[in-house]
Design a binder for this molecule. Structure first.
Ligand SMILES: [Zn+2]
Length: 529
């Protein structure tokens, strides 16, 4: 008996330091290494997500299959999912863990009209003529963020790490249609750090105004109302809504010369009437007004409204307008970007195969771009532009003015492509996108760990946000209390193509990859003369 007591006592004493050590999570570098290894272990799932979402090809506000699929994976893995948030049927919030800090991942879901393209094929070859397609590469974003989140969940369970992981989809990003509504609904009010991810040909991050090529915008539709009449028998009895559209556009083109060079504005005619022998009683035009900051965007918006009003005075018509999208130009957090940059450098560029390079070069040649293949190196963190020129917009900008945020560009596409076109879809269900998404997921998970494990870094990010970024500029939403998300948009287009698209949905239970399912040789390039 006595011996046994002595023995267990001894055992207890010798085991005690070991038990205590086991309760302490590993140091941050070891945690990051473990995260990267786990992301590698999920490569098949990452590839399946990239391919599956590519095959759904859903336009903004109609991402029903995509959202069902992604939330299904998250729910199965123990995340709590709330569907239909902010009055948007395809929007959701998925959460794991509890307490502070709250780290939110965001990335887009939607695709581009008429961008249907066979993956792995280096020339224009639509899967379905005229159908939407992932000609922006948004199909890879959820693969990045979900992979990172699943790995973080495992590490949080295993090492008892405190904190909350939240995933939010960038529904209808191509319409700049949701983020202001997310903020109005309070989706970010308890969030400490936002880690956005977007497809790129680079592996890079940035802070403040970055390269200076971001604009903010409002997206506004003008609906003119006139009076129908027989266009030949009694044209004098009609009032043409199309005339008003034409005059508004002509007015805008003249005025354009006298606007700041930083503005960018463009429009499409939404409705030009029904047939020439009927004076159009209804016509509509859709404008994007882009500028560098809130006051200048507001000014353009008001000028647009004035032009529309003036067109009604010339034509005897009436007009009403609808705001269908808005975005602040993004401003990214220096503290998070610096942490993220270290992780980008630690992960490094994926190893591109000869096939990847052949596809990239053949596509660059095909579209008349500079032929240089894939990027081999990550980008350094550069100083933000002193004089931004403006250019593209993304409604994550609104989030960046409410919570410290960074935007990871992960290397899942080919350089020198035009954007928003079939060419940008070529690599997006091919090994280039699969490898780039795995690399991106590593950086997302590692950067989340930086902020989960270092409360002082969260504090520093907020110091930059409060004392540098928002010292003089304060967020004001472009939304009026009556504005509602434009959830009806793209409904008809999607309904038209859904039956054909369904035939091409990826089935990972039968095929290892989507290329295999489609029977596409990788890469497929035109024969060289
Ligand atoms: Zn995008």
């Amino acid at each position: 008996m006595g011996n046994m007591f002595r023995f267990t006592g001894l055992l207890f004493v010798t085991l005690l330091p070991g038990v205590l050590a086991a309760q302490q999570p590993p140091a941050l570098p070891a945690l990051k290494q473990e995260a990267a290894a786990q992301v590698d272990g999920l490569q098949t799932l990452t590839q399946q997500m990239v391919d599956e979402i590519f095959s759904f090809s859903e336009l903004g506000f109609q991402e029903f299959e995509t959202s069902r699929y992604v939330t299904g994976i998250l729910e199965k893995n123990g995340f709590q999912v709330e569907l239909g948030v902010a009055g948007i049927p395809t929007a959701w919030v998925a959460t794991y863990g509890s307490g502070k800090p709250v780290i939110a991942f965001i990335t887009d879901l939607d695709c581009i009209p008429r961008a249907s393209q066979k993956p792995g094929v280096a020339y224009h070859a639509p899967m379905i003529e005229g159908a939407p397609g992932h000609g922006e590469g948004h199909n890879s974003g959820m693969a990045v963020n979900v992979t990172a989140a699943l790995v973080l969940k495992k590490l949080m369970d295993k090492h008892h790490l405190a904190g909350t992981i939240r995933l939010i989809p960038g529904v209808a990003e191509e319409l700049l249609g949701t983020k202001a509504f997310y903020l109005r609904a309070g989706l970010f009010k308890d969030v400490d750090v936002v880690l956005g991810a977007h497809v790129s040909h680079q592996f890079a991050t940035t802070y403040a105004t970055g390269e200076g090529t971001w604009s903010g915008l409002v997206s506004v539709q003008y609906f003119f109302h006139g009076k129908a009449a027989h266009a030949a028998a009694r044209p004098w009895e009609g009032l043409s809504a199309l005339d008003a559209v034409s005059l508004m556009n002509a007015g805008w083109e003249f005025r354009r010369e006298h606007l700041r060079p930083q503005q960018r504005s463009h429009y499409i005619v939404l409705n030009g009437g029904d047939q020439p022998n009927v004076v159009p009683s209804e016509a509509a035009v859709w404008y994007y007004f882009r500028e560098l900051d809130y006051p200048h965007i507001k000014e353009l918006y008001e000028l647009g409204n004035t032009m529309a009003q003036a067109a009604t005075m010339m034509t005897g018509t009436t007009v009403h307008h609808k705001l269908v999208g808005s975005a602040w130009p993004p401003f990214l957090n220096k503290v998070i970007a610096e942490a993220q940059q270290e992780n980008i450098e630690a992960v490094g560029m994926p190893k591109w195969s000869d096939s990847d390079q052949t596809l990239a070069k053949a596509l660059q040649k095909e579209i008349g771009a500079k032929v240089e293949g894939m990027k081999e190196n990550v980008e350094p963190l550069s100083e933000p532009a002193k004089n931004p020129t403006g250019g593209v917009s993304d409604d994550v900008g609104d989030i960046s003015w409410n919570v410290p945020m960074v935007y990871l560009m992960y290397p899942a596409n080919i350089p020198n492509l035009p954007g928003h076109s079939w060419a940008n879809g070529v690599a997006m269900a091919a090994p280039i996108a699969h490898k780039g998404s795995t690399a991106g997921a590593k950086v997302q998970a590692m950067t989340a760990l930086d902020f989960l494990r270092q409360p002082e870094l969260v504090k520093q990010a907020w110091d930059y946000f409060r004392n540098v970024q928002t010292k003089e500029v304060h967020y004001e939403s472009f939304l009026s209390p009556d504005d509602k998300p434009a959830i009806e948009m793209n409904k008809e287009k999607m309904e038209k193509f859904a039956p054909q698209l369904k035939k091409f949905y990826y089935d990972p239970t039968r095929y290892k990859t989507y290329l295999e399912q489609l029977g596409i040789q990788y890469p497929t390039v035109k024969a060289q003369p």
